[in-house]
Design a protein. Sequence first.
Length: 401
Amino acid sequence: MPIEGTHTIVMNNFIFHSPTEFIFGRNTENEAGSTLKRYGAGKVMLVYGGGSAEKSGLIRKITDSLTASGLEYVALKGVKPNPEADLVYEGIGLAVREGVTFMLAVGGGSVIDTAKAIAVGAVYSGDFWDFYIGKATPVASLPIGVVLTIPAAGSEGSCKTVITKKDDLGIHKISIGSELIRPRFAIMNPELTMTLPWMQTAYGVADMLCHIFERYFSNTEAQLVNAYSEAIMRDIMDQALTLKVNPDDYNARADIMWAGSLAHNGLCGVGKVEDWASHRLEHEVSAFYNVAHGAGLACIFPAWLLYVAKRNPDMAWKFAINVMSVNPQGLDTDHIIAHGISTLKQFYNDLGLTTSLRELIGEEPDIDAMVESLRHNIGDTLGNYMPLSMDDCKEIYRLAL
Ligand code: NZQ
Ligand code: ZN
């Protein structure tokens, strides 16, 4: 039942084409070589991070699997969280010199996004950063495959890549989308996520939830999409609490891993006008203070919801009842919404996440500088559920303190 006085718009026409092949379950990493072969890979570039995949023996398993399939490869290691342009340039040089024809990312969002940037940059004669500043649009890409080690960013099934570049004008953490970079396949063994430090699991949970929030909080009427989105959100929260107690629970790991992909492969946004203001507000936080993206979202999203619900309460009310299980009996709309937001914050706290920006970064954030950077990177307004001015953005950062 919509709240009186709010307006919804009918579902948009849509095309859902999200063709990533998901290869899911125990030991599937051993299929990396045969899968690449099936996709016609020639020389492969293996991209990975700072050490966890080497330490766990995963890289050895992958290279054994490539060798067994007769595939040549070169390796680019050292991707850091909130990945930067420098390693992308290095990777593009390597890909061109070595005649790489297929990218294989072994890791999480940072590794996958780096591989995606290299994939479009290696077949472009200009500077890959042109794509991120809107100076050019990708028209070709090397194909990309993924072995996922952390459920979070959803990049294994998304058409997005987020890279940070520092220059004389400041820090730019920018996201772009192109169907050309949606991975051809993603190998997902939930057991690989059992080596994650607890906080990385928690950050991932906050990120995947927010990927659904960005689509759920919409003025488009879409009852079925909302219903399955609510089911996925409830399951993520249930399973996250299970993992907090028992991090080796396979079924909970499996649910969280699959949910991370469903959250961001487009399924939860079909026919809807999506929002994405919380993500853009957060990208400034992780760019300025190099915190984990999910940790930033746990501070920003509740503040965003508190702010926009005053002007557009409809979905906030539904969310409180259908996702946060607030009992509406005897409560007015404002109280239902307030209770929904405080229950969400409590859930984050139960996972060990703070919802205070000041506490997260350990200092007073420079709100004016972040908003100025946002204006430079995005423009004068952002979001759709309730379009925000730069003054609104300042208010939301203040609410997140
Ligand atoms: O570098 P290593 O040693 O591998 O350590 C990583 C890293 O420090 C560690 N890790 C990963 N798998 C592990 C593990 N440690 C132990 N065991 C494992 N199995 O986890 C740390 C974080 O990795 P990262 O890839 O940074 O995490 P995540 O997947 O959360 O990615 C975050 C990045 O993705 C972007 C974010 O902005 C951020 O830059 N996003 C990308 C999106 C997309 N392309 O669609 C959408 C998202 O909204 C997001 O913005
Ligand atoms: Zn995200």
